[in-house]
Structure formats: structure tokens, C-alpha cells
Design a protein around this ligand. Sequence first.
Ligand code: NAP
Length: 527
Amino acid sequence: MNISGELLIGRHAVRGGAGTIHAIDASTGATLEPPFGGATPEQLDQACALAWQAFDTYRETAPERRADFLEAIAANILALGDALIERCVSESGLPRARIEGERGRTVGQLRLFAGMLRQGDFLELRVDPAQPERKPLPRADLRLRHIPLGPVAVFGASNFPLAFSVAGGDTASALAAGCPVIVKAHPAHPGTSELVGRAIRQAVQELDLPEGTFSLLFDAGLAVGQGLVADRRIKAVGFTGSRAGGMALMAIAAARPEPIPVFAEMSSINPVLLFPQALANRAAAIGEAFAGSLTLGAGQFCTNPGLVLAVAGEGLDRFLESAAASLARIGAQSMLTRGILRAYCNGVGTLAQHPRVQAVARGQAGNDMQGQAALFCTDADAFLADEPLRHEVFGASSLVVRCRDLAEIRRVVESLEGQLTTALHLDAGDHDAARTLLPSLERLAGRILVNGFGTGVEVGHAMVHGGPWPATSDGRSTSVGSLAIARFVRPVSYQDMPADLLPPSLRPDSPQRHTWRLDGKPQGQAD
Ligand code: NAP
């Protein structure tokens, strides 16, 4: 499949008429062909009009048909073969093995939602049958299902050019829910975006779905993304990126005559807590594993361990020595974009110049497209006194905070903003200490993990990739795992509705009903 640089508006591939974006090879800085045209206001309007037209038809497609659609997208992505992998490696600077793994995750994610659609329980059907004889008042017949919100705008993330981008978790969950999707491609990987966009468009055609089910737009500035969020036909937004970007889109969404939800995954420093017994038993091993997690993908993970908390002492010193020795062996790595590299260097520079922060170690230096890992150390008083020390430095940089005791660790934890993850390194003798911190940690993060690091997010049913603000804009949701679909549906209740007017899934003896609740009690498959 060739890359043409065109927008995909429904079934049409058209040249964008508002400015030009050039793809850049993230490892060399070279410009890649072809140029991509940004969408004009008219092209944006066409995509929104088609999405709105598609909505009522697409949302009533049987879940099995949407499952076939998601599986067709997965198959079409795989069929792109090496062309996709090579373009994605080139645009992202990420190693081939990582991109191949990410493709597997993307395809697996689509199939997970397909399986969920076949099972049907995401509709959360409920039936409270009429009780005409009830005293003092009869009860009406009430039937509930979830319906999709409407067309969804998705902003692809720079750091996961496949799994959080055009066919990533936001798109997969919105399409599964029955929402048409318009993707605003991330300018760091436009060629990858077009290839994947074409794979989705092909699946739309294969399943004979309305053409407005999917569109892909490029933006040579900010107008397309902002116009998309402001458009009255868009009913929800999925976003992964910076806090500033997420907050700007939230402000636009909130200022609309009809405000809409923005599910933004923004910033997190993912505190790692090292408990005394674990440090006494295996500080060096934890230090080595930490350095590996910190530098994975040049540290460009939202779950990157950017903060380490521990009680000062010999165990923490051994952890630092080991982490420093490991980092010194790790080469510099290409970063996704020049802008992200610049932001990383600025963040590291600010820490390096901070009067109360000490440099512990640096990774190996590289060329001017590469980020050099960095590890810093401070004490709890300095950390608590200086709010900017709590900000995310996106990349392979982390700050270790020496605390006097567990009470001081708790004070630091309580000072933090919402996080995607927090990781505890502990042995049996640490359980009592960990137990006392758990209520604070539950309030802090969407995922609490033990003896590991947050990098490597399993796509499953029990995963939460979310957390209180600013980790996400809405801590009640997740952007990874099957629960992500809940962001794009809302409940509707039907009272005393004649059977022939009810949606098929709610009719008595519906063959479309899978799991459901009768008077609040879970029921199995309807026969
Ligand atoms: P970004 O600047 O937030 O951009 C993400 C997407 O949102 C892009 O498509 C961007 O479009 C769009 N966007 C951003 N601000 C906008 C605005 N005001 N109006 C309309 N659209 C807007 O994120 P990024 O480019 O991926 O990386 C920049 C920084 O974000 C990084 O240095 C890092 O700090 C942070 N980041 C964090 C995570 C995380 O998971 N925590 C992930 C990725 C990035 P344009 O690029 O076309 O402007």
C-alpha cells in the first residue's frame, strides 16, 4: 500500500488544502516523502458530516458485525507487513522489535474488543419487569441498555505510534461501542497513520459499513484538532499527550454550547516506593531492573518511573550505586521528535541546576537526535518545598527522594498529584509498612503494582490505565483494557415500551441478549 499524503474522508482519499506536514526520520532528522496536506475547515466539516450521517446506522449494527469489523482491521494491519513496520521505525526512531511488539498489542487490542462484543456484556442489559399488582403502587416495566455517545475525535499519541494511535485503544474502544471515529493524526508519524487509516477504511468497505464510520485528518497547525473538538457533531474525545494539550482540548470541549467529555491521558511520574526489607535483601537487583525500566523506549512511556521514594540508608545507597552502574552502560537513544528531545533536555537541565538536587548518574552520551538517561537525588524537605520537582520530565530521567522514615514517605506521597501507576518493592517483612500506606496509594494512582515497574501495560479486562487528574482528565475510566469501552457509552432506560418498539437486545426472549440482570441479579446467556 502506497503512502500518498492524503486525508481519508469517508471513502475518499483527498489532498488536504491547508498547509503541509513533513514526516521526519527520528533517527537521522531527514525529511521523509511524501508531504501531507492539512485539512481545511471544509474538509473537517465533511468528515464530521459523514460521521454524523453514519452514526445511527453504525450504532445499531449487531455487536457480532462490529466484532467482524475490528477483526478485519486487525487482519488488514497485519497484511501491511514490513511496509508498516519500516515506516513506523523510521518515523518514531523506536527499535524494530518494539514496533513489532506494538503491532501485536494493537492487533490483540482490536481482537479483545471483538471478543467482548461477541460476549455482549458491555451493554450491561438490565430488566426490572412490571409488577402490576404491587402495593401501594404498581411498578412499571423498566429495561436498560447502553448506547454509544456519538462520533468520537481521537488524538493519536506520539509515543505509541500504533497502540495509542490511529487504530489504538481509543479508536478500538470507540468503534466497539458503536461510535464513528475521526482521528487527528499525530504529526510525528503521518505515514504510519495513513497506512493504518487505509487498513481501517478497507475494513469499513469489506463490512459494508457507512463510509463515515472512520476518517483520518492531518493538521498543519492546531486548527483541525481544535475545530474537531468544537464541532457539534463530535460527542467525545480521546487524547494521549501533554498536560497542556489535554487541558487546551478540555477547555474547548467545556466551552461548547453542549460540553462533551474529553478522556485525556496526560502526565504521570509513577512513584516507586522501595521498602527497607526489600532494599536490605536485594537493593542491587532492584537498581538494575529500575535502570532497565527507566530507559525502555528512551523513557518515553507515560508509566516511566520518574520518582523513587525510600528511607535513606545503606540499602538505598546500594540501590543508587547499582542503578548508576547500569545507566552508565546504557547507550543514548533516539527520541520521538525534536520537540520532545528539547523538552527532555530542558527538564534534565533544570534538575541538574537545582541547588538542592544532586546528579547521581548519566547514561552514555549520543548524537543530537538522542536522549541521554539521567538520575538525580534530593531529600524530602527539598522535594516538598519545590512544586516543580513534582513535574513530569518526559524521557529517561528520574529523581530519587531520600526520606527520614516511613512517615516522611507518606508526606511525600500525600503531596503528589494523581498518577497512572505506583510501584512497591517489598519483601515479607515490609507488608505491615506497605499496608499502612495503601489507602494513600489507592487515592493516588490508577494501578498499584508490586515488585515490578509500571512500564509494560497488559491489555486485559482487569487493567486500569487511568488515575486521578492530571494522570487523566477523568479518573473513573481507563484508556487500556476492555473497560475503556465504558467511556463511550451511556445508559438509556425504556419504561413500559411495547416489545416491538424495544431494541432487539431488550425484547423478551431476545436472541441478542447475553448476560443481563433481572431485578438486579446477574443472569447467564438467554436461551
Ligand atoms: P502533545 O503536544 O500534547 O500533542 C498531542 C496531540 O495533541 C498532537 O496531535 C497535537 O497536535 C495535539 N495538540 C496538542 N496541543 C493542542 C492544542 N492546544 N490544540 C489542538 N491540538 C493540540 O504531545 P506530544 O507531541 O506527544 O509530546 C509533547 C509532550 O507531551 C512531551 O514532551 C511529553 O511531555 C508529553 N507527553 C506525555 C505523554 C504521556 O503519556 N504522559 C505521552 C506523550 C507526550 P500538534 O502536534 O499538531 O500540535
